[in-house]
Write a protein that binds this ligand. Structure first.
Ligand SMILES: [Zn+2]
Length: 311
């Protein structure tokens, strides 16, 4: 039975561990990853890869304060599925895509999906924080592992000098490709956290990797965390509902068409007489007929004239 059928909806929780010395963010996101899989017809391996990236992006975006803030994560690696891009907004809303979502790879020797084969083990991980009124901040680090969680831990250490424990797991049905469970955990000790507590946490790494399986077996996120982090005093203070959600609209696509310029638009009108644009992030189709294109052309011509005057 699926978690959603049991009443366990996707959720993202934030809180503290070790009597307030470790920041904790956790996510259970079966439905979110399944939405992404359906939108992009993801293969098994790209479901796992994009699912992990989307969950981490949601956990990082949960800290955003304004509706105009966004956080973009780009895995620009040498893997078979090309680039992976995810964008997060406040409230745990994320969207994302893979360059080659259909790429499937043989399972690894240990029976697991070959995520690093899809993502690559060489390349760059970029995190762009675009916060209101400030220049976007771009953090970078080399991709070395390609299994995503370690790459993020590496990123936090190298780019933000923040030690972090990152766990991300997506369980995919081997036959249907459907997402059975997906979860993630981000633990970040504060500067005054005791070294001995960090060591205790590190010893739990094996337990932490059971999180997604435990959720698949019917535990709620909080119950599973309570078991895994037993003795570490986990305290939950905030809960939101993450979602795979795209903010594309006909208006945005129209502006994109106008920004192509007069010549390009005339070309489309003469050659095709219509246009179909697909949103990269959610695969939604936007169709434009001849009359609409002519209107946009008129708009582009007016805009062009205004520019001419300014020049
Ligand atoms: Zn979209």
């Amino acid at each position: 039975m699926e978690n959603s059928e049991k009443g366990y909806k996707d959720k993202l929780v934030r809180g503290l561990l070790f009597w307030g010395t470790v920041n904790m963010t956790a996510i259970s996101a079966r439905d979110l990853v399944e939405e992404a899989r359906k939108a992009h017809s993801l293969s098994h391996v790209t479901t796992a890869a994009l699912g992990r990236i989307l969950m981490q992006t949601a956990m990082m975006s949960a800290q955003l304060k304004n509706s105009s803030d966004n956080l973009t994560v780009i895995f620009d690696g040498d893997g078979k599925a090309g680039r992976f891009v995810a964008v997060g907004k406040e409230g745990g809303r994320v969207k994302g895509y893979a360059d080659f979502p259909e790429v499937e790879l043989p399972l690894k020797e240990n029976g697991k999906l070959d995520v690093s084969g899809a993502v690559g083990t060489d390349g760059e991980l970029r995190v762009i924080r675009d916060l209101s009124l400030k220049e976007p901040y771009v953090g970078r680090c080399a991709i070395t592992d390609g299994e995503i969680a370690n790459d993020f831990a590496n990123y936090f250490m190298k780019s933000e000098q923040q030690p972090s424990l990152v766990y991300l797991g997506v369980r995919v049905d081997p036959k249907t490709g459907e997402v059975r469970a997906a979860s993630g955990l981000l633990l970040q000790p504060m500067p005054f956290c005791l070294e001995s507590d960090i060591e205790l946490l590190e010893k739990r790494t094996g337990e932490i990797t059971r999180l997604t399986r435990m959720i698949e077996e019917g535990n709620s996120l909080e119950d599973a965390l309570g078991i895994i982090l037993d003795g570490f005093d986990p305290e939950f203070s905030e809960e939101i509902t993450p979602a795979f959600s795209c903010d594309c609209s006909r208006k945005k696509i129209e502006s994109a068409l106008v920004s192509l310029g007069r010549d390009e638009l005339k070309d489309i009108i003469e050659k095709d007489g219509r246009a179909e644009l697909v949103c990269r992030f959610c695969q939604k189709k936007y169709e434009f007929g001849l009359d609409e294109l002519k209107e946009l052309l008129a708009f582009a011509e007016n805009a062009g004239e205004e520019n001419d005057i300014e020049e």
